[in-house]
Design a binder for this molecule. Structure first.
Ligand SMILES: [Zn+2]
Ligand SMILES: [Zn+2]
Length: 120
């Protein structure tokens, strides 16, 4: 099932594959996370790397809808942040390589949106 993103923007960031895989800081090349390929509709991730560089990712497959953000937090299963409704694996953040980050992600299965902001 090949899906084509409607919007894909990477700033100072490299992604191992077209819309998933390992995420690298575009400045120092350090891996900063991992994005699962088929479990999200929208992904926004902005971060400050330990090297001082700021980067961001935005990938949208579907038209942005007005889904309400869940006040639940993603759950961690084997280092992967997962949807608390259906346990879909979504992404991983390598916090040890970052100073701060924030994200928004929408689960493709249950169409729930999650957001969080963290300073480490
Ligand atoms: Zn860096
Ligand atoms: Zn879900």
């Amino acid at each position: 099932m090949a899906r084509v993103p409607r919007i894909k923007k990477l700033e100072s960031t490299r992604l191992a594959s077209t819309y998933g895989g390992w995420i690298y800081c575009g400045e120092c090349g350090q891996s900063i996370g991992y994005l699962c390929y088929v479990t999200y509709d929208h992904f926004r991730f902005a971060y400050k790397c330990k090297c001082g560089s700021r980067g961001s990712i935005r990938i949208d497959f579907e038209q942005e809808n007005q889904n309400i953000y869940s006040d639940k937090k993603l759950i961690t299963i084997k280092n992967r942040l997962c949807c608390p409704e259906d346990q879909s694996p979504l992404f991983t953040v390598l916090e040890k390589n970052l100073d701060s980050y924030n994200y928004e992600i929408e689960c493709v299965k249950c169409k729930t949106k999650y957001a969080e902001e963290k300073t480490l």
